[in-house]
Design a protein around this ligand. Sequence first.
Ligand code: A2P
Length: 279
Amino acid sequence: QSTATKAPEAKKLAIPDAQTVTEVKHYTDRLFSFRCTRPATMRFRSGEFVMIGLMGDPDPKTGKQKPLLRAYSIASPSWDEELEFYSIKVPDGPLTSRLQHIKVGDEIILRPKPVGTLVHDALLPGKRLWFFATGTGFAPFASLLREPQTYEDYDEVIITHTCREAAELTYGAELIEGLKEDELLNEVIGEGFWKKIKYYPTTTREESAKMGRITDLMRSGEAFADLGVTPLTPETDRAMICGNLAFNLELKEMLEEFGLEEGANSDPKHYVVEKAFLD
Ligand code: A2P
């Protein structure tokens, strides 16, 4: 009897850095988000990422299992007692083909060593903060949009999110709508803080209120006209970019044309970039 009760415990201890899943939400057949417990001693800055994953399949020769880990932006703010992640589902992706099936109560591996450049520390003081995202690149901004410092440091926060289909905007749209009811932000920043936010969602492969790539919409001036704002200048504007590789490169070039320079933790400047995770 004693061996029967001990077996599951021993199995649990075999997973290093295990955290327990507390919530899973599916948005489309390509996107889902989940929340898990947070290691008691883990500190991070909103916008940073960590390595998370699952145990891989046993090696056919040795029978040993190795962790299968990928970099994921933390989508929850630094003050949240749990951690949130926003993920793509790739049918043949080594990690996401399995991660998409996690359920409440399951364990994931989380290495508690957060790093990243999409942090307030990497930017010089400014008046307007731009978040440019495609797809799951919205994740670090889900963290920063719930971080009081974002509204303390800037007069205006402009978020653009380009996705293929309208349903892929849901996670971001719901999060931004939810900010109005965010008790902590209303208390710390003051009621109506959310009026500082300008949200500009666009789709490229399905009909929606605004269609087109944000890069094209900025180049033509349409995005600025729609938002009722002036184009970016290094004097007033700061930006964070997180999307697929081609998007990051194109936008980086555009920002440089506006005169903005890339910053880093050790050398804060006008904008920072990070690649969204793709399995
Ligand atoms: P498009 O449909 O025109 O390729 P993905 O899912 O492939 O990562 O793309 C997410 C979104 O990013 C899509 O709407 C896609 O538009 C857009 N996108 C891809 N490359 C670029 C780019 N270089 N500049 C702007 N948007 C891009």
